[in-house]
Design a protein around this ligand. Structure first.
Ligand code: F6R
Length: 604
């Protein structure tokens, strides 16, 4: 949802900013722009289009100066065109700003500023920021105090970077409910929406709180509160490195991230002890709510199935945007778990703020993100930076964290589950490595079905949320209509849609008579598969059942028969990710940058 960068330093400012903002392209790719201060004047280059295309036209990296700001846009207010691109300037181009977020009261502010003679060029909410800053400077405030006065008049979410030609040594920045991190390097200092923007230069960061003024200078960073008091901020070191935010030989980040999953599982498992500690303080919990959006919701839904089967804790899963209708039953014996890759999703962030009467736990990938600061406890999923817009490895890491959480919650209640779970989860990297080596089979299936207009994904029990996730991945990056259903539910209506033009992906994990999770889902799923087959649908069966009834399927992908129902959600999603990836490739699309989407949804 837009990415911003600011830099003051000894490096070549145009190329540093260009390189940094390119690292944030996953946050928005409608438009891009850079503004610098060069010999006392603002130099501005911006246009709509993807970064490389715009750069070919206007050579963003060549912009001169000693400091500057940059922006990639995911349009909210106003179409993606040159005028609506950031940075925005005031009327005489002495101030330039970049903004990520939504200014909720912009219409009122705009009307007021227009009545005072300020002239607006764009349709964006963000432009009010540049004019407001000018207004306060005209009122006699200096640049820093104008930023402080300006944010006092703003309602909404924002991360703002600003430069002013009479303030030639500083980039100012401030945030409220939008991500912003400060990077401190030998060659200069940064602000950015996310760490990958400056990982090449530094791992030393400060996470500012909401409404703290950041003053970025060449050799230091000062953080003040809104009363002008200088704050002592903690400098943290990020574990990520520059390579982690590069494609490392893969054609796309998504493919790299799919292939990293065996290692991600190993890494996420390192949080065992932390999770055990968190759970040791949760003995009096009698109800759990999971709250999440999109892919994270599917990980949470898997958690509900596990908790309902293996513990006696009543569990529900609620979309973050719907959570406000479910707060009446929260109390101090409720655990509310917020699952979010980014830790910045606006719907989830506002939900956590409504749940303070309960105990809160965040399952998040990004260190220091807003949701982690609101939660009583945090489980970091340790998947490393995920750049592809479609979530893949972070989903797997959320699942592993949730499996561990359920494992520890069930420890006293269901000892058998605890031991079986730990031993099975440790085998997951091997299962995934095996199926990644069978990638050609998935490519073949993807090629065959690339022009299919409609897909259903069916699964029952633990694997049902995986069916939802398979459908979501396909929709997002191939633009093919896809629905996930519990296999038994199709006959209650959607079966009417099935004909020879529809492809149905059936997920049928092995049942293991020795496993405590033997819920006998396989046979029922296969019966449901027969129902769609007899309506002429094309069947793609994914199974780990060794004696599966395979004669009636159009395409088959088999996995190790040790992958039983219990563990199947962490494994079966991988071929589904590959299926979507390769269909997207065969359709000539860019799976890393699906249309209309951005990685981090910081608007409600
Ligand atoms: C799908 C996807 C989205 C996110 C959703 C929540 O591939 O990435 O559906 O899962 O926007 O984002 P987080 O997990 O950052 O809260």
């Amino acid at each position: 949802m837009c990415g911003i960068v600011g830099y003051v330093g000894i490096g070549k400012v145009g190329s540093v900013l260009f390189d940094s903002v390119k690292k944030l392209e996953y946050r928005g790719y409608d438009s891009v722009g850079i503004a610098t201060l060069s010999e006392g004047k603002i130099e501005l280059r911006k246009d709509n289009g993807k970064i490389d295309d715009v750069d070919k036209k206007i050579h963003l990296g060549d912009v001169k100066g000693n400091l500057g700001i940059a922006h990639v846009r995911w349009a909210t207010h106003g179409r993606p065109n040159k005028i609506n691109s950031h940075p925005h300037t005031n009327n005489d181009d002495t101030i330039a700003i970049v903004h990520n977020g939504i200014i909720e009261n912009y219409e009122e502010l705009k009307t007021n500023l227009i009545s005072k003679g300020y002239i607006f060029k764009s349709e964006t909410d963000s432009e009010v920021i540049a004019h407001l800053l000018e207004k306060f400077i005209n009122d006699g405030f200096d640049f820093q105090d104008s930023m402080i006065e300006m944010v006092k008049s703003l309602d909404g979410s924002y991360a703002i970077g600003a430069i002013y030609n009479n303030n030639p040594d500083e980039v100012l920045a401030i945030k409220n409910e939008s991500p912003l991190v400060v990077g401190l390097s030998e060659d200069g200092n940064f602000i950015a929406s996310d760490v990958p923007a400056f990982l090449k230069h530094t791992k030393k960061v400060i996470f500012p709180q909401d409404k703290e003024l950041i003053i970025l200078k060449k050799d230091k960073v000062i953080v003040k509160d809104l009363n002008g008091k200088i704050l002592d901020k903690n400098i943290q070191t990020i574990e990520w490195n520059e390579k982690m935010a590069q494609k490392e030989g893969y054609n796309h980040f998504m493919l790299k991230e799919i292939n990293q999953q065996p290692n991600v599982v190993v890494n996420t498992l390192k949080a065992k002890k932390d999770i055990e500690n968190i759970v040791s303080n949760l003995n009096d919990i009698n109800k759990i709510y999971f709250v999440a959006c999109g892919t994270s919701y599917h990980a949470a839904l898997t958690g509900k199935y596990l908790l309902e089967v293996f513990t006696n804790i009543k569990t529900d899963v609620i979309y973050s945007s719907e959570f406000k209708y479910f707060t009446n039953t929260l109390d101090e014996n409720t655990l509310t778990i917020f699952v979010s890759q980014s830790g910045e999703t606006a719907d989830t962030l506002s939900a956590i703020k409504m749940s303070k009467v309960s105990r809160t736990l965040a399952i998040v990938n990004i260190l220091g993100s807003s949701i982690t600061r609101e939660a009583d406890n945090v489980i970091y999923t340790k998947a490393g930076p995920e750049i592809g817009v479609a979530a893949t490895k972070t989903y797997l890491s959320q699942l592993v964290s949730i499996y561990l959480l359920v494992t520890y919650l069930s420890k006293n209640k269901n000892n058998k589950f605890y031991h079986e779970m730990i031993s099975q989860i440790e085998k997951v990297p091997r299962y995934i490595n095996d199926l990644l080596s069978d990638e050609d089979k998935i490519k073949e299936i993807a090629h065959k079905y690339k022009d299919t207009k409609e897909f259903f994904f069916l699964g029952r029990g633990f694997i049902y949320p995986t069916a939802l996730e398979g459908a979501l991945k396909l929709k997002e990056i191939t633009y093919i209509h896809a629905e996930g259903y519990p296999s038994g539910e199709l006959k209650h209506g959607p079966l009417a849609l099935i004909d020879e033009n529809v492809a149905v992906v059936v997920l049928a994990p092995n049942e293991n008579s020795k496993s405590i999770s033997n819920l006998d889902s396989y046979k029922d799923t296969i019966n449901n598969m027969e129902e769609v087959k007899s309506r002429a649908a094309k069947i793609i069966l994914l199974t780990s059942h060794e004696n599966g009834k395979y004669n009636n399927v159009d395409d088959l992908f088999t996995m190790d028969n040790q992958v039983d129902e219990l563990i199947s959600p962490i494994v079966y999603v991988v071929p589904l990710q590959l299926l979507s990836y390769y269909i997207s490739i065969y359709k000539g699309l860019d799976p890393d940058k699906p249309r209309n989407l951005a990685k981090c949804v910081t608007v409600k």
